[in-house]
Design a protein around this ligand. Structure first.
Ligand code: FAD
Length: 527
């Protein structure tokens, strides 16, 4: 991530770290970024790729969450909508504003008036005043596909969306540029404890295939930010599991099949769960589900995925709101499943469990989990303040501190739209990316906003260990292209093979691995 070869970073692990952060999802990335910015020597490690876990599998919304309002979780909503406003301001072109329509159906359990109260409350908590009511005949102007005869009116309001994996990568990259050290494919296999049983470090195993020696690494503070895996590390301290793992899935359609100018929030006709349908990265995304994650899937599968029942459930939503569209399973480009780390309170249904973040300090190990992508700064500041007594000069972390470097001025001859897209994703490196790239690569990949030049840049500078890191998380081609982008692989090979240092045999092995991962976890079941 910071242009220091991975093997050198591994060799340099024997240092007195201030913090070791376990988990390179949004929670770990936020903590890492804030700690490095305050001058603390910090190491972030992830057992798989950065953002491999839930943080590349979210609904990609930077939002307050209407259903939290419905569940009266006002604090989560208020915190979230305020953070949304700050991120729109501080991370332009990475976090995008999005207009949503919230239609009322004559079969709904909630009246349009009540929806209106919700929308107003949502705005008041931000605070802003940015909603509008539409009568039935106006709705078609904004959403021509919305032909359901059951729709009676709609509220329009503003929220925001993001490429979740790129948000994580930008936070990690900017911290690494400020002297933080990040390593993917570096698994914590055990916790190192002193004579009093207090956690003082970790034992790291290299899972990149480079056969680097196992290392014990010590720090003043060790933070467990492993999301749905948090209980595994806590289990090493003999602690009882506290999480209820809730799965959620998404479907991706070609934009042409489901062309929306306004995003939609709706409630599923069967169980009234909130559903979102919106344009994202050149395609249209729908999500999500909220189910208990079957225990028997853990250990059996390497990644989670959308089940047939979840696909049917989401198609049902689409048919309900767009009855004339006649979209079917065959139209789906890709699928994705993720697991939420939620604290188990034994609530009757998954959707009733609180999404609030929690912090546990156990034998010197600080665990932070729960919460949301949107409030990562609030979570990071809370985690760091909980351990600040163990850090030099007992710092206070304010969640309003800067975590994104401001963008540079545009340079080069790229169209503003393309420059902005790259700037949001690569921050201050955008102009270096442009100057390093052959002109013909500074062009969109098909109909997508993603550009060819990103592939070469990622291969050179972004710790790509496997082809799936490149296809699923550096760029999102596995979700946005037909067959997971496999037809593009010959061209991609010509762009990245040299920088990745892979010979033809390794390339073939990586292609086989990617095909297997994509067809097992990101395509349709049994396809
Ligand atoms: P993760 O992203 O899962 O990261 C944990 C990391 O720890 C992983 O990368 C894993 O590889 C690593 N790890 C595990 N064990 C080890 C080990 N032994 N050593 C080293 N590393 C290890 N929030 C929003 O704000 N907006 C949304 O729209 C939204 N939608 C969602 C939709 C779904 C379906 C789900 C499931 C969640 C959604 N959320 C959303 C919530 C949000 O995505 C999560 O709260 C957040 O991504 C959790 O991030 P995390 O960093 O805590 O965990």
């Amino acid at each position: 991530m910071n242009n220091i070869p991975r093997s050198t970073r591994w060799k340099n692990l024997k240092q007195d770290w201030d913090l070791i952060i376990i988990g390179g999802g949004i929670t770990g990335a936020g903590i890492f970024n804030m700690a490095v910015r305050k001058g603390y020597k910090s190491l972030l490690v992830d057992a798989r790729d950065y953002a491999f876990g839930t943080s590349s599998r979210s609904s990609k919304l930077v939002h307050g969450g209407f259903r939290y309002l419905a569940n009266r979780q006002y604090k989560v909503t208020a915190e979230s909508v305020r953070e949304r406003e700050r991120m729109l301001h501080e991370a332009p072109h990475l976090v995008y504003p999005e207009r949503f329509m919230l239609p009322s159906f004559n079969t709904d359990h909630i009246s349009p008036r009540k929806f209106g109260v919700g929308v107003m409350l949502y705005d008041l908590l931000a605070p802003k005043w940015d909603h509008q009511f539409h009568e039935k005949d106006e709705i078609l102007q904004y959403c021509p596909l919305c032909t359901s005869p059951d729709v009676v009116s709609a509220w329009e309001y503003g929220d925001a969306k993001v490429d979740d994996a790129r948000l994580v990568l930008r936070l990690i990259q900017e911290a690494a540029a400020l002297d933080g050290t990040a390593l993917n494919y570096a698994r914590v296999i055990s916790l190192a404890r002193d004579q009093l049983g207090q956690v003082r470090g970790v034992v790291l195993q290299d899972d990149s295939g480079s056969h680097l020696p196992e290392q014990e690494v010590l720090a003043k503070v060790v933070i467990n930010a492993t999301g749905p895996w948090s209980d595994d590390l806590r289990g090493q301290l003999g602690r009882e599991p506290r999480l209820r793992k809730l799965r959620g899935s998404h479907l991706f359609f070609p934009y042409k099949k489901l062309p929306l100018t306004h995003a939609i929030t709706m409630f599923h006709p069967r169980d009234r769960r909130a559903q979102f349908i919106f344009p994202w990265e050149g395609v249209t995304l729908i999500g999500t589900t909220d189910l208990d994650h079957p225990r028997e899937w853990e250990g059996k599968y390497d990644e989670t995925f959308a089940s047939q029942a979840e696909i049917d459930y989401m198609l049902e939503s689409i048919h309900h709101i767009f009855p004339e569209l006649q979209i079917s399973q065959a139209d789906i480009l890709a699928t994705e499943g993720g697991v939420r780390p939620v604290v188990n309170t034994g609530a009757a249904t998954p959707s009733q469990e609180s999404r609030s973040q929690v912090i546990w300090e156990e034998d010197g190990l600080l665990t932070i989990t729960g919460g949301k992508l949107t409030i990562f700064r609030v979570m990071a500041a809370q985690a760091l303040n909980a351990v600040s007594a163990r850090l030099r000069s007992n710092p206070h972390f304010d969640h309003k501190m800067k975590v994104f470097e401001p963008l540079p001025k545009p340079s080069g001859s790229l169209e503003m739209e393309n420059w902005s897209y790259l700037a949001g994703r690569y921050g201050r490196n955008v102009n270096a990316l442009i100057s390093e790239s052959p002109k013909k690569e500074l062009a969109p990949i098909g109909d997508l906003p993603a550009q060819w030049a990103e592939l070469r840049w990622a291969a050179r500078h972004e710790d790509v260990i496997h082809l799936d890191d490149l296809m699923l998380r550096r760029l999102r081609l596995g979700l946005t292209c037909k067959d997971g982008g496999q037809p593009l692989l010959p061209r991609i090979m010509s762009l990245v093979q040299k920088d990745l240092g892979w010979d033809d045999k390794r390339w073939e092995t990586e292609v086989k691995r990617y095909r297997r991962i994509w067809s097992n976890y990101y395509s349709l079941p049994n396809s």
